[in-house]
Design a protein around this ligand. Sequence first.
Ligand code: MLT
Length: 313
Amino acid sequence: MKVIVTDEVAPEGLALLAQDPRVEMDIRLGLKKEELLAIIGDYEAIITRSGTNVDRDLLDAAKKLKMVARAGVGIDNVDVDYASARGVIVVNAPFGNTNSAAEHTMALLLAFYRNITKANASLKSGEWKRAPFTGYELKGRTAGVIGLGKVGGRVATRLKAFECEVLACDPYVAVKRAHDLGVRLVSHEEIYRNCDIITIHTPLNGETLDMIGEKEIAMMKEGVVLINAARGGIFNEQALLNALQTGKVAGAAVDVWSEEPPRTELLKELIAQQRLVVTPHLGANTFEAQINVAVDVSREILNYLDDQPLENA
Ligand code: MLT
């Protein structure tokens, strides 16, 4: 099987595939869309992260393609319906990076509350200032977790460890899950109206695109803090910019963008906001997570070759 890897995936995790004599693997990072379209016809499997759009153009050009293996959770960069219609199997790695994503969410939140990014830049520039970087505690705050899946659940547990009261909403989870996590399941509106911190952990799809816009922000408390380490586009970015500028949103921490890398004027202006802590889609970027997801997708390709059931199709 000829396999092309188009995004950075941990080589330790791909070793399983590389060692199999049935597999010929090419690692081709940073290809432009036209370059990938010109060569994809030779391959039977593609391994990607979020950097490659597996869209109709690619699937049409990929005449021999049997499998799209997404080394991560989100499959919003893959046209799954079109792939399925063409008989191409889509697999992902739904478990391996969820802990890293939850830890990154906490890192963003703490960085915002304790002014870590600003204080770091100040001390490195030779200053010694303390008062401007006075922060706030998480203890005693009400935090809202939207999406109580594998990442959201872990974030909820960590927020509780910081002595936050945690509310959650997720129309797709059983009340028992919330009960087991020790959080109260409420409506979206209750989250918007009652929380000091709102963190989002849903996939990006038709239901969640622009889920938090002007109307939702208007319902929120003055000075709310928003976190998005899930997917760009779930918070409407124009609405977030406006709310940061008016102070309705006291601050936000964002790891993911509607366009990656972000190039639009709107995103540049948003990223430049003083009260916004930003990272370039690093939620899943730990050595542990990257090895886990690479092993998971490698196993799926081997399952396919061995005619064994697929675990994450
Ligand atoms: C995911 O969906 O699991 C992550 O966004 C993966 C990535 O970092 O590409």
